[in-house]
Design a protein around this ligand. Structure first.
Ligand code: DP6
Length: 399
């Protein structure tokens, strides 16, 4: 019936990912082609996810976008690049003679997107955001192919959020970017004991965004050039092997070294860029004291373009290390909310550990800890009550 066909809608969710071999630097800023391959762990959507609804209707008069309930600029070049690419693929597909009844490509679209975590927390929301946008648009237009190449046009790291588990973004060689894709190295079920703690550090917003920061690094840092040409190719192969072997010692050591080298290239950038703060450095030192006390790598840190620490550990280590963090950075208020996410056992620190690992506490420096684990890639939301847009194509009023 005509009335029922007036509005078509699709809703998807997509995850955040955290790189253990970092992407930093583009060889093509328009197509978003990186100077090196990278590798990440997709985090579970129960703790961190973006939800996006895309709708098309012949009654819509213009494309519109809402982010976390507020109207945003749909003309943003990266949003436009994703839209253009999805529509191009849909057109190509139809050219092949399929599904003549499919949605008209000339209809305007409405898009609404929301995070289940505070954007202000400084967690990589653009990766989940663009992965989700592309997933929802693909559903709307009935595309079934792999679309990491399109998500990459939104934000480089977004291509890795198109898969669950352990994901490589291969830099590719071609100038048109058709081989610069994400590939799954192993699914989220591959390493069931692996856990992730996001230590959300209190304080200011990051001074330089990653897009601008990495471009200055490409232009000025000889260390970054060496990293991309020599260091990363070796590390990528090693990291894939550690993941395949579920070798935490190797995985953790390399994740820490790669994070440190990324931040070294930031210092080597001119003028230099600082993402780590005193609290970040405090967490780094704490992790090393903790590992030294145990005589092997029990926890591994990694930091993106901001001060928050992401800690990897095996499940049997989490309760003890969280207690170490709690004692080192006693929560200022609301102690029971300090750890969020997956349930956690309690731990009592042995006196020798206290003596070897703890130093003068810094109250309030860590706002809270999010406990999560590797998770799956984008998901389709079947339940129509979960759509973010109402039958009128406008954002549903949120309770
Ligand atoms: C430090 O993907 O945010 O998190 O491609 O310009 O959107 P654009 O940059 P973005 O950069 C992420 C950088 C990083 C490392 C990583 O995720 O690999």
């Amino acid at each position: 019936m005509a009335a029922e066909r007036a509005l078509t809608m699709a809703t998807c969710t997509a995850p955040v990912n955290i790189a253990v071999i970092k992407y930093w630097g583009k060889r093509d800023t328009d197509l978003i082609l990186p100077i090196n391959s990278s590798l990440s762990v997709t985090l579970h959507q129960d703790q961190l996810k973006t939800t996006t609804t895309a709708a098309a209707s012949r009654d819509f008069t213009e494309d519109r976008l809402w982010l976390n309930g507020k109207e945003a600029d749909v003309g943003h070049p990266r949003v436009q690049a994703c839209l253009r690419e999805v529509r191009r693929l849909a057109r190509k597909r139809r050219g092949g003679g399929e599904d003549a009844a499919a949605l008209s490509l000339s209809y305007k679209i409405h898009i609404a997107s929301e995070n289940n975590f505070p954007t202000a927390a400084g967690l990589a929301s653009s990766a989940a955001g663009y992965a989700c946008l592309v997933s929802a648009l693909a559903r709307l237009y009935g595309l079934e192919e792999e679309l990491s190449e399109v998500a990459r046009r939104g934000s480089g790291s977004a291509c890795r959020s198109m898969f669950g588990g352990f994901v490589q973004w291969q830099r590719g060689e071609r100038p048109d970017g058709t081989d610069s894709l994400a590939l799954q190295v192993a699914p989220e079920t591959h390493w069931p004991e692996l856990r992730v703690l996001v230590l959300v550090v209190s304080g200011e917003k990051k001074p330089v965004g990653s897009t601008a920061g990495m471009q200055t690094s490409v232009e000025t840092s000889p260390l970054l050039k060496h990293r991309a040409e020599v260091v990363v190719p070796e590390r990528l192969a090693q990291m894939m092997q550690h993941i395949r072997d579920r070798d935490f010692e190797g995985f953790g050591q390399l994740a820490m070294r790669d994070s440190n080298q990324f931040h070294a290239t930031c210092l080597d950038t001119f003028p230099p860029i600082f993402y780590l703060t005193d609290v970040s450095r405090h967490i780094i030192a704490l992790a090393h004291r903790y590992n030294a006390h145990h005589g092997h790598t029990k926890v591994a840190y990694t930091f993106d373009a901001g001060p928050n620490a992401v800690i990897f550990a095996l499940a049997d280590t989490v309760a003890e290390f969280v207690e170490v963090v709690r004692r080192s950075f006693p929560p200022a208020t609301n102690g029971d909310q300090f750890v969020r996410g997956l349930p956690l056992g309690s731990a009592v620190l042995p006196p020798e550990l206290e003596a070897a690992v703890l130093t003068e506490p810094v109250p309030g420096a860590v706002q809270y800890i999010l406990h999560t684990k590797p998770g799956p890639g984008p998901q389709l939301v079947d339940d129509p009550s979960q759509h973010l847009l109402g039958p009128d194509g406008l954002p549903r009023s949120r309770a």
